[in-house]
Ligand binder design. Structure first.
Ligand SMILES: Cc1ncc(C[n+]2csc(CCOP(=O)(O)OP(=O)(O)O)c2C)c(N)n1
Length: 573
C-alpha cells in the first residue's frame, strides 16, 4: 500500500498535507492569533508548492461556513473551515447549525488559545490568551456535530483527520468539530508517514432492509391514493431521475413541502405542488422521503388506516428531540437507492392495481395542469405591479437563466417559473433557517464551478444577515462574480406573518407598523456592491426588471464582475 513521508515538518504542515491528500480543496478561514503556526505552514506550502487546501480569506465567519456548504453542494466533497478560538466558533455557529440540520460534511475547526503560560513554542504572548480560554470550547458545538475532538499531538494527525472525514462522509452525513491548540500545531517533527490514499473510507450508501422494502413496495403498489412527500431529496442529484421514474411508473403524486432543493421538475405531470394537506387527508399510503417535517399535525393528519412510510438514512431523524409522525414502515437507507429498489419491487404487486393506477395518472396530471394554470394566471395578474411581485421577478430571472444555472435561494424566488428540468440547481442551505446563508452558498457554488452562471436571491432582511460586505469582498478577491438579486420589501415579512397569525385581531394587527419587523430607512443595497468594485442597480418599475437583469448578466458573464439588483418587491400573494 502506498505511503507518503514528510521530513522536518510541523504538526500544522502534516495536518494540511494530509487534508490535501484526502481531497480537501479549500480552507475557508477567518484568522486570529491562534493561527500563527497554521499561517506559517500555509505560507511554507505556498512557497514550496506542496499540496495544501487553498486558504480563502473570509472577513466574516458566516461567509466561510456557507461557502463551505455551497462548495459541498456542488462537488459532494468534504469541506474545511477554520475560525479563531471560541469567539470565531461562536460567530460560526449559525453556519454550523445549518450544516448540522442540512447533513453537510464540513470539518469546522478552530484554534485553541495556548494553555502554557511561558513554556513550549506557541505559549501565551497576549492578555487575550487568558481571557479566551474556555473549560470546554468544543462543548459549544457538541449538539450540532457528529463528532468532536481536540488534536493532542503530531503522531495522531492522520488518524484524527481520517476519523473526522470518514464519520462526516458516512450517511447520514454531517459536520465535525476539531479544536487545534497553538502549541500542538507548532510542534516540530523529524518525519511523518501516512497512507495515501487513506485506509479509512466512509461507509458506502446503503440499501434499505429487503423485507421491509418489499412490504413498503406492496403497500404503495396497491394503494388507491398514495403520495410521496419530500423536502431535501433533491439535494442528491441522483434522486431526481429515480423519483421521476417511480412517480411515472406508478402514477404517484409528489409534493415538495417547504422544499430547499428540487427533486421533481416543476412541469412534470406528477408534480403535485407544495401543499401536502389535501393529499395527506385523503391518503391510504404516504412515502416520506428525506423530510423531517412532512406536514403540520396541527393542520392535517392522515386517516387512521393510512400507512405512513419513511425513507432516509436515519428515517427517525434521531437528532431531533421531538418528532411524533406515524411510521408504520421505516426504511433506513439512501433515498436514491431506496427509490430505485422500490421501483423494481413494485412491479409485481402493481399488476393487480393497474386500472386504479391508470385512472390516477389522469387525475394527477389534471391536478398538475390546474397548478400550471394557476401559475400562469398569477403571473399575468401581477406582471405590471409596483412594487414588483416575486412571480414577475422570478419570471424575468427565468428569461436570463437556463437549466444549468445555479440558484442560491434565500428569498421569495418562485421556483415554478424557473427551468428545473435538471437536478440540484436550487440551493437553499437554511436547514436550520439560520439566515445569512445564501451569499456564502452562491460564492461556494461559483468557486466550485466557475463557468456556470450563479444567481443569489435574498430578501432584504436575509441579505443583511449575510454580512454582505464580507461576501462581496470574497467575490471580488477570488474573482467569482455572482449575480445577486435582493427582493427588497423593506421588512421581515416572515416575522410579520407569524405575529399576525398568532393574534389576528391583536394590537400588532391593528398597528400601522408593528415593532421589530419594518425597515424604515430606504437602503441603497446597490451601492454596497460598489464597495468591492461590483455593478449595482435599483429596480422600481416592473418594465425595467428584464433589461436590468440583462445588464447585470453582461457584467457578470462578460466583464466578470459581480452585480447586484436591489428590487423594490412586494410580498407573494
Ligand atoms: C439568524 C436568524 N435570525 C433570525 C431569524 C428569524 N427570521 C426568519 S425569517 C426572517 C425575516 C427575513 O426577512 P427577509 O429576508 O427580508 O424576507 P421576508 O420575510 O421579508 O420575505 C427572520 C428575521 C432567522 N431565521 N435566522
Amino acid at each position: 500500500m502506498a505511503k507518503k513521508t514528510l521530513k522536518n515538518v510541523t504538526v500544522a504542515d502534516a495536518y494540511l498535507a494530509i487534508l490535501a491528500d484526502r481531497g480537501v480543496d479549500y480552507l475557508f478561514g477567518n484568522a486570529g492569533t491562534d493561527f500563527a503556526p497554521m499561517i506559517e505552514a500555509l505560507a511554507k506550502a505556498q512557497a514550496l508548492g506542496t499540496p495544501h487546501p487553498e486558504p480563502i480569506t473570509c472577513p466574516h465567519e458566516n461567509t466561510a461556513q456557507h461557502m463551505a456548504i455551497g462548495y459541498y453542494l456542488v462537488t459532494g466533497r468534504p469541506q474545511l473551515t477554520m475560525m479563531h478560538v471560541n469567539v470565531g466558533t461562536a460567530n460560526g455557529m449559525n453556519g454550523l447549525l445549518n450544516a448540522s440540520r442540512g447533513q453537510t460534511p464540513m470539518l469546522f475547526t478552530a484554534g485553541r488559545t495556548p494553555t502554557n503560560e511561558d513554556s513550549l513554542k506557541g505559549h501565551r504572548t497576549l492578555d487575550i490568551h487568558w481571557t479566551q480560554e474556555m473549560f470546554d470550547q468544543n462543548g459549544m458545538t457538541r449538539e450540532a456535530v457528529k463528532w468532536d475532538y481536540e488534536l493532542r499531538n503530531g503522531e495522531q494527525v492522520e488518524t484524527v483527520v481520517d476519523r473526522a472525514l470518514s464519520v462526516m462522509m458516512s450517511d447520514p452525513k454531517g459536520p465535525a468539530y476539531l479544536s487545534l491548540p497553538r502549541e500542538v500545531l507548532a510542534i516540530e517533527m523529524d518525519e511523518v508517514t501516512f497512507d495515501s490514499p487513506s485506509r479509512i473510507q466512509p461507509a458506502s450508501a446503503s440499501n434499505p432492509n429487503a423485507a421491509a422494502l418489499d412490504e413498503a413496495a406492496s403497500v404503495l403498489a396497491k394503494a388507491e391514493h398514495p403520495v410521496i412527500i419530500t423536502n431535501w431529496g433533491g439535494r442528491n442529484p441522483k434522486v431526481m431521475p429515480a423519483l421521476v421514474e417511480l412517480a411515472e411508473n406508478y402514477a404517484i403524486p409528489v409534493v415538495e413541502y417547504r422544499n430547499r432543493f428540487v427533486a421533481m421538475p416543476r412541469h412534470h405531470p406528477m408534480f403535485a405542488g407544495s401543499n401536502p394537506n389535501p393529499f395527506v387527508e385523503a391518503a391510504d399510503a404516504i412515502l416520506v422521503m428525506d423530510c423531517a417535517t412532512p406536514w403540520l399535525p396541527s393542520q392535517v393528519n392522515p386517516p387512521e388506516d393510512c400507512k405512513v412510510m419513511h425513507l432516509a438514512p436515519d428515517p427517525h431523524y434521531s437528532y431531533l428531540p421531538i418528532r411524533g409522525f406515524r411510521s408504520d414502515i421505516a426504511l433506513a437507507g439512501s433515498s436514491e437507492l431506496g427509490l430505485m429498489a422500490l421501483n423494481a419491487a413494485m412491479e409485481e404487486p402493481a399488476k393487480s392495481n393497474k386500472s386504479v393506477i391508470d385512472r390516477r395518472r389522469k387525475e394527477i396530471a389534471d391536478k398538475h395542469q390546474n397548478l400550471e394554470e394557476i401559475w400562469a394566471k398569477k403571473l399575468e395578474a401581477v406582471k405590471g405591479q409596483t412594487p414588483l411581485h416575486p412571480a414577475w421577478i422570478s419570471d424575468c430571472i427565468a428569461k436570463i437563466s437556463d437549466a444549468d444555472t445555479i440558484f442560491s435561494k434565500e428569498s421569495q424566488l418562485q421556483v415554478q417559473y424557473l427551468d428545473t428540468s435538471k437536478p440540484t440547481k436550487i440551493l437553499n442551505a437554511g436547514a436550520s433557517s439560520g439566515l445569512g446563508h445564501g451569499m456564502g452558498v452562491a460564492l461556494g457554488a461559483k468557486l466550485a464551478d466557475r463557468d456556470r452562471l450563479v444567481i443569489g436571491t435574498h430578501g432584504d432582511g436575509s441579505y443583511m444577515f449575510n454580512v454582505p460586505v464580507s461576501a462581496h469582498y470574497v467575490a471580488a478577491e477570488q474573482e467569482i462574480p455572482v449575480l445577486t438579486v435582493v427582493f427588497n420589501n423593506q421588512k421581515w415579512q416572515a416575522v410579520r406573518g407569524a405575529a399576525l397569525a398568532l393574534n389576528p385581531s391583536g394590537y400588532a394587527a391593528k398597528a400601522n407598523r408593528p415593532p421589530l419587523m419594518y425597515f424604515s430607512v430606504d437602503q441603497h443595497y446597490e451601492k454596497l456592491v460598489e464597495v468591492s468594485g461590483g455593478y449595482g442597480e435599483q429596480v422600481n418599475d416592473p418594465k425595467d426588471m428584464l433589461p436590468a437583469l440583462e445588464r447585470a448578466l453582461k457584467e457578470v458573464m462578460v466583464h466578470k464582475r459581480q452585480a447586484l439588483l436591489n428590487v423594490s418587491a412586494s410580498d407573494p400573494t
